[in-house]
Design a protein around this ligand. Structure first.
Ligand SMILES: Cc1cc2nc3c(=O)[nH]c(=O)nc-3n(C[C@H](O)[C@H](O)[C@H](O)COP(=O)(O)OP(=O)(O)OC[C@H]3O[C@@H](n4cnc5c(N)ncnc54)[C@H](O)[C@@H]3O)c2cc1C
Length: 578
């Protein structure tokens, strides 16, 4: 089934044989001197920019205005068939790639995704909207609460906060997975780290073997750096300055990111808009500039006939057999949250639906989601290694702040920022200090970030109340008065006051390595994460000292992750791996 031009998804005139170049409606070569061919110019000169709900659709090139709205690509549950060649669980990078590849290989594919389908314009921006989308689960461990397995919020909501013992994790939920809320950085793994014994021999003994796969992903996701001819972004300029103070100028660069900086079709033929520099990436971008799996791999899978079903939470997998006892693929059991069934929480997980995967099941439910499904499947009799659930990692993630520096930073996301005062995409720059360490685990990257609007109202209280912040010593009286005025400015005039402390706060995101000693187990049938020795505490202290130095150099107060205390003295990872 080819959705040939149907509602103009990508205007393909039949299936492309190779991918993605011929999946593009045409090459970027010009037939009219403008750099794009005629039928693709429909929106090329329109300004990109944030959309509001009434415009919650991606534009297409269809000539008929009636079909210019982007169609939903997931299907109602009633249209699910009882058997498919392949069932793909989850729809982030893992699930998205599997779905597109299998559909292109001519397989009959079914994608099951726990979250909902949302397009740019439909992502939450305000605090209330965002809180409505929060789902939390796990074992809550702040010292002031009893250690308890908790589960709350909407399981199909966009943000899933997983409480763990030793570290918490944040992942995305929805058609597009965490790519809907990530910071778009497209970074290749450090070759030295790939030599560690945790990696399979096929990768360790074959330096550079991932190259062709990075290239394939880059062809689809089209990462590029924040353009040099775009307006300067204060947070990026400040990170560059901080790299100089740290004697790491040569390690600083703009980072390749999966953000669009021009209007027009992407590699899979979906119409995109140039970034409106809102800094709202972590709650979902409404400006149509985020190259998520929704607008690439999943759109492609849809075009090649894959069936996608949302609000479908897979619980476990069993082997299937014919009447004669011959192996016949797998049965995937899932709870469907649609049709208001989500209101009957008590029964939802006992009242499962199923679908038959005749050839293969691809688990792309994220490191935590996939492990949870595997552990439950094991309990239901599926054979697998005892190592499942062991040696997971939080990737050494740290979040910290350079509060109230001497410089404008402008890192608070805004749904409609002034074009003269761009915030920028969430991350645009990097200090890449991964190479040249005797122990590759000592490598790290520092990136600057933004805080989405939904959290902006709380930032000052969080940053000021945080214990253990380190103020700049030896400040002159003038500097101290200036800093206090900036604090008062933010306090009385809000987080967006140009000269206020919050507008002068640099957000640091650090990725390094932890001790890979996390475990996922099922308690009361709910997944519980336990991180042992997460900190590699000397390494964490060392990284904190570097950030502190970078902050002092620009006159700010170094503040560790303010959620650290709130969430029981533990960091939060956005990169659970396992
Ligand atoms: C705020 C933030 C910023 C980030 N920034 C970056 C960055 O800049 N660069 C980078 O490389 N990485 C970044 N990451 C991490 C990156 O996005 C993830 O590593 C990546 O998306 C993981 O892909 P995945 O396919 O394994 O899982 P996911 O993308 O998490 O997809 C899993 C999907 O499976 C679904 N699912 C889970 N359980 C079930 C179930 N039982 N049944 C059905 N469906 C289920 C989920 O709803 C989800 O849609 C960031 C993450 C976050 C949270």
């Amino acid at each position: 089934m080819v959705m040939n031009g149907l509602n103009g998804l990508n205007g393909l005139n039949g299936r492309a044989e190779t991918w993605p170049a011929s999946a593009r409606p045409s090459s970027r070569g010009s037939s009219n001197g403008t750099g794009v061919t005629d039928h693709h110019t429909a929106h090329a000169y329109e300004a990109g920019g944030p959309r509001s709900r009434p415009f919650a659709h991606m534009r297409t090139w269809a000539d008929d205005p009636k079909v210019m709205a982007f169609p939903r690509i997931s299907k109602p549950m009633e249209l699910m068939k009882h058997a498919y060649d392949c069932v793909v669980i989850g729809s982030g990078y893992g699930g998205g790639v599997a779905a597109a590849r299998m559909a292109r290989a001519g397989k009959h594919v079914c994608v099951l995704e726990r979250g909902k389908e949302r397009w740019p314009g439909e992502f939450p921006t305000g605090t209330g909207d965002a809180l409505d989308q929060l789902h939390f689960s796990g074992q809550i461990v702040p010292p002031w609460l009893p250690k308890k397995v908790v589960h709350g919020g909407d399981p199909t909501g966009m943000y899933h906060l997983i409480f763990g013992n030793g570290q918490n994790a944040l992942v995305g939920n929805g058609l597009g997975g965490t790519s809907l809320i990530n910071a778009n950085v497209f970074l290749e793994a450090d070759e030295d780290a790939l030599q560690l014994e945790q990696w399979p021999d096929e990768i360790r003994n074959n330096k550079g073997c991932l190259r062709k796969y990075y290239d394939k992903a880059a062809e689809v996701l089209e990462p590029e750096e924040y353009p040099n001819d775009w307006p300067d972004i204060p947070k990026l300029e400040l990170l560059k300055r901080q790299a100089q103070y740290l004697n790491m100028s040569e390690k600083f660069s703009r980072v390749r990111q999966t953000t669009r900086f021009r209007n027009g079709p992407n590699s899979c033929g979906v119409e995109m808009s140039a970034s409106a520099s809102t800094g709202q990436d972590a709650t979902g971008l409404n400006d149509g500039s985020k190259t998520t799996t929704l607008v690439t791999y999943l759109a492609d899978a849809w075009n090649w006939g894959a069936d996608m079903f949302c609000q479908s939470e897979v619980r476990y997998i069993t082997e299937a057999f014919t009447k004669n006892g011959k192996k016949d693929g797998y049965i995937v059991y899932f709870a469907w949250h649609g049709g208001n069934r989500g209101h009957f929480k008590a029964n939802l997980h006992d009242d499962l639906m199923w679908v038959h995967a005749k050839e293969a099941v691809f688990l792309g439910a994220g490191a935590i989601g996939t492990t949870e499904i595997l552990l439950r499947s094991k309990q239901m009799g599926l054979k697998m290694s005892d190592k499942v659930g062991q040696n997971m990692s939080g990737n050494g993630d740290m979040l910290a702040f350079g509060y109230n520096t001497d410089y404008e930073v402008n890192a608070m996301g805004q749904r409609f920022p002034s074009p003269y005062h761009p915030i920028g995409p969430c991350i645009t720059g990097i200090i890449d200090n991964r190479k040249g360490h005797e122990n590759p685990l000592d490598g790290y990257v520092i990136e600057e970030g933004t805080i989405p609007e939904a959290l902006a109202p709380f930032m000052q209280a969080l940053l000021e109340l945080m214990p253990g912040s380190i103020e700049t010593a030896d400040e002159s009286l003038f500097d101290t008065v200036k800093a206090n005025l900036a604090r008062a400015g933010s306090f009385f005039l809000g987080p967006y006051f140009r000269k206020g402390a919050i507008e002068r706060t640099q957000v640091y995101l650090i990725m390094s390595h932890d001790s890979n000693q996390a475990y996922l187990t099922l308690k009361e049938d709910k997944p519980v994460l336990e991180f042992i020795g997460v900190g590699r505490s000397d390494h964490v202290k060392y990284l904190n000292r570097i950030l502190e130095k970078a902050t002092r150099a620009v006159g700010g107060t170094f503040v560790q992750n303010p959620f650290y205390s709130l969430l029981g003295q533990q960091q939060i990872t956005v990169h659970p791996i396992g």
